[in-house]
Design a protein around this ligand. Structure first.
Ligand code: KIV
Ligand code: NA
Length: 275
């Protein structure tokens, strides 16, 4: 029986071997990632990279629960964390708890992540004290895109850097077991990492963090455009494009299906024998 990585295991990785994280949205992909990752995040990025939304603001709790359940069916060893989507945790700690409890109960995932501004500490503490492990998320917070005006790296001014450090301190003091740091320069990522007790998980935040995460379809090369911080480890888009082009050619030429893919009952000959 495989023992699943826990929030306590991740928290204990501070300053140690880097924590390997990726996003996951479906069972078969999660099963592959599970062989290599410590933590799988069912990110609300699902809205953009799977459902084609222009931002993560339109993602619902039901979408997160559906994808969370799929990922839990595929991942056996990695810790699975589910993003709280926009509108499900900001209003009050009580609302956040009710929705987070639904996520844990209906998916079987062990923890939630929420984009945490300076004032999210109260909510994080409320959840952690009631049995919901929480991952914070500071710096570039995609759910705030309508306020900040775009997906731009953060911490260009001293005031902004102080604000992001305060966000990280707030999540840490409130008991977050890990903190995602997104879209900041190396100097700030190092300062946050040296300041907080929780491991920092960087995305566009330099190697100074205690771990790294990327949006899986981005790093697998499913899209033409990706942010600067994405390294492509695969070429899914051309691979899918070539496979589908060949299929279309063969269907049009009637060379697919071949005998090996055709059922033949009662002829006495094994399938494919007439090829
Ligand atoms: O939604 C997401 O995929 C995320 C990661 C990029 C950290 O929040
Ligand atoms: Na997210």
């Amino acid at each position: 029986d495989v023992r699943r990585v826990t929030a306590a295991d991740i928290a204990a990785r501070k300053g140690g071997e880097p924590v390997v994280c990726l996003t996951a949205y479906d069972a078969p992909t999660a099963a592959i990632l599970d062989r290599h990752c410590d933590l799988l995040l069912v990110g609300d990025s699902v809205g953009m990279v799977v459902h084609g939304l222009p931002s993560t603001v339109g993602v619902t709790l039901d979408m997160m629960i559906l994808h969370g359940r799929a990922v839990m069916r595929g991942a056996r060893r990695a810790m699975v964390v589910v993003d709280m989507p926009f509108g499900t945790y900001e209003e009050s700690p009580e609302t956040a708890f009710r929705n987070a409890a639904r996520v844990l109960a209906e998916t079987g995932a062990q923890a939630v992540k929420l984009e945490s501004g300076r004032r999210a500490g109260e909510t994080i503490r409320f959840l952690v004290e009631r049995g919901v492990p929480v991952m914070g998320h500071v710096g570039l917070r995609p759910q705030a895109v309508n306020v900040t005006g775009g997906f731009k790296a953060k911490g260009r001014t001293a005031g902004e850097r102080a604000e992001i450090l305060a966000e990280a301190r707030a999540a840490d003091a409130a008991g977050a077991f890990a903190i995602v740091v997104e879209g900041v320069a190396e100097e700030l990522a190092r300062e946050i990492t040296e300041t907080v007790a929780a491991p920092t998980i960087g995305i566009g935040a330099s190697p100074a963090c205690d771990g790294q995460i990327l949006v899986t379809p981005d790093m697998l090369g499913l899209f033409d455009w990706t942010p600067k911080f994405v390294k492509r480890y695969g070429s899914l888009k051309p691979a899918i494009d070539e496979a589908v082009a060949q299929y279309a050619r063969e269907v049009r030429a009637r060379t697919f299906p071949e005998p090996a893919q055709v059922y033949r009952f009662g002829s006495g000959a094994p399938a494919g024998a007439e090829a």
